[in-house]
Ligand binder design. Structure first.
Ligand code: ARG
Length: 493
């Protein structure tokens, strides 16, 4: 038998640089175990279809289990050829039944799905941990007011807890997306063979079941040529990173010396080799940068994919390393940002001062006039606008008697009666005014605890579902590896 089982009698040996250039073996190690399992499930399917005798099937399956060395440097095009070659070496010529009714094309898509579905569940569990950290921090800082910014200018008071919850909810939507992505990933291409199926009557649903898939990808051309489950996954990973990156941008900005609302612990910071006074938020900066790499990988894959003719093309192979690289970046980013958030400091005094000196409750003051005196909002907006401008010109803090005087003068100018002093103060003090935000979902600290509790319950369920599914897959895998030919193999010949 010629050593190169792939090229056989058809082709001359491949040039060594062509092999190096086109081989995926360097990136295939992660597919090694899944490929072996697919081969076991496939041989069982061949047996059940009556295409192979029980004794041969059994020999092949035990040979597959004996292939334990992922030999990167043995000159294989990929993991699929490695496994087949080693089985043939162990079994002899009968090992050559292994690729009956299948191809590397259905096999690689199946292996990618097996790896990815596990990664999806693992990242869901990691995100639940991250969300738990956000909620734990939110409990500690539920009354700590801080500015919400629009246009990077101080807008209105919220609380630090509310800021944390806003990111929590964005990222939780990514978890919902991951579950949907899981359903579409967990479908089995096997039986599609090269692209148009096979004359061997293998039970596709059965092979899917033995590999813990929900069902099959019905159309065989679709099965070998589609990678939209990966595109979808790459979008979700990008979305997670975009959310984390915005969070990091906030952290960098809010911990800047002039703002000083947040304090990034030293252990997540660096200094300058030249300027000894510096403390730089380097973890947040690198996370922001990695977001560019991740979204770039997503974009790169879309470019690779856009003009591929049906069905399989080797271009598809180059998607794989980008996915693993992206996944690793996202995983490590979530872990490090989680630790950073759990220890980040909040400077309440700074935050309060910034809110007050920037008239962060100006809109609330206008609303107060509307409700108190039945004044149209636009008129109230103009009164408060004039008052803010005058206070700024005179460098007067809104929580002072002078500011109150200015406000009453502006009301008077527009023929509106003066607002009682205590109403004015309650409206303008961010610490009290935040309690007036009673709208559903609003930043009233009174709502925060119930919002946190509700999210904690949901996150618990999310984690439980992901863990259950992980153990279901693992059980099916163990069962497949313990397949008993004496009991279950049905040789119909
Ligand atoms: N190494 C390939 C990949 O990762 C496997 C499929 C190769 N198929 C082929 N017909 N050359 O996509």
């Amino acid at each position: 038998m010629s050593k190169d089982i792939l090229r056989g009698n058809r082709l001359e040996p491949i040039a060594s640089n062509a092999l190096k250039y086109t081989s995926s073996i360097d990136e295939d190690e992660v597919l090694f175990e899944p490929v072996k399992e697919i081969n076991i499930a496939h041989v069982i399917a061949l047996l059940k279809a009556g295409a192979i005798e029980k004794e041969k099937a059994e020999k092949i399956v035990s040979a597959i289990k004996m292939v334990n060395k992922f030999d990167k440097d043995a000159g294989f095009e990929d993991v699929h050829m490695l496994v087949e070659q080693r089985v043939i070496e162990l079994v002899g010529e009968d090992g050559g039944y292994i690729n009956l009714g299948k191809s590397r094309n259905d096999q690689v898509s199946t292996a990618l799905r097996i790896v990815l579905r596990k990664k999806i569940l693992e990242i869901i569990i990691l995100i639940v941990d991250f969300m738990r950290t956000l909620l734990e921090r939110a409990k500690e800082v539920k009354d700590n007011v801080m500015p919400a910014y629009t246009h990077l200018q101080v807008a209105q008071p919220i609380t630090f807890a509310y800021w944390l919850l806003s990111y929590h909810d964005m990222i939780r939507r990514d978890v919902e997306r991951l579950f949907e992505n899981y359903v579409r990933t967990n479908m089995c291409p096997m039986g599609a063979a090269a692209c148009a199926g096979t004359t061997i009557n293998i039970d596709r649903e059965d092979i899917a079941k033995n590999l813990a898939f929900y069902s099959i990808i019905e159309n065989t051309v679709d099965a070998v040529s589609s990678r939209d489950f990966i595109l979808e996954h790459m979008f979700i990973l990008s979305s997670i990173m975009l959310h984390l990156s915005r969070m990091c941008e906030d952290i960098i900005f809010l911990s800047n010396n002039d703002i000083g609302i947040l304090n990034v612990p030293d252990k997540f910071s660096s200094t300058s080799s030249a300027m000894p006074q510096k403390k730089n938020s380097v973890v947040a900066e690198v996370a922001r940068a990695y977001t560019g790499i991740v979204t770039g990988n997503f974009f790169g894959i879309m470019c690779l994919y856009k003009s591929l003719p049906l069905s399989y093309n080797l271009d598809l192979q180059e998607i794989t390393p980008k996915v693993w690289e992206t996944y690793n970046i996202v995983y490590s980013t979530i872990e490090v940002i989680k630790d950073l958030i759990s220890e980040i400091g909040f400077n309440e005094e700074r935050s309060y001062d910034i809110l007050v000196k920037n008239f962060s409750n100006a809109m609330e003051l206008a609303e107060k006039i509307v409700i108190y005196y039945k004044t149209p909002f636009r008129k109230a907006h103009h009164i408060v606008g004039a008052y803010v401008r005058k206070c700024l010109e005179k460098n007067v803090s809104p929580l002072s008697k002078e500011a109150y005087q200015i406000f009453c003068e502006e009301l008077n100018r527009e023929n509106v009666s003066p607002l009682p002093y205590d109403e004015y103060m309650k409206t303008l003090d961010p610490k009290t005014s935040i309690f007036n935000k009673n709208i559903e979902g609003g930043p009233n600290p009174g709502n925060i605890i119930s919002m946190i509790k509700e999210r904690e319950k949901q996150n618990f369920v999310i984690k439980e579902i992901a863990e259950k599914e992980l153990s279901r897959i693992e059980n099916v895998r163990l069962k497949l590896n313990l397949y008993d030919f004496m009991v279950s193999g049905g040789d119909r010949r």
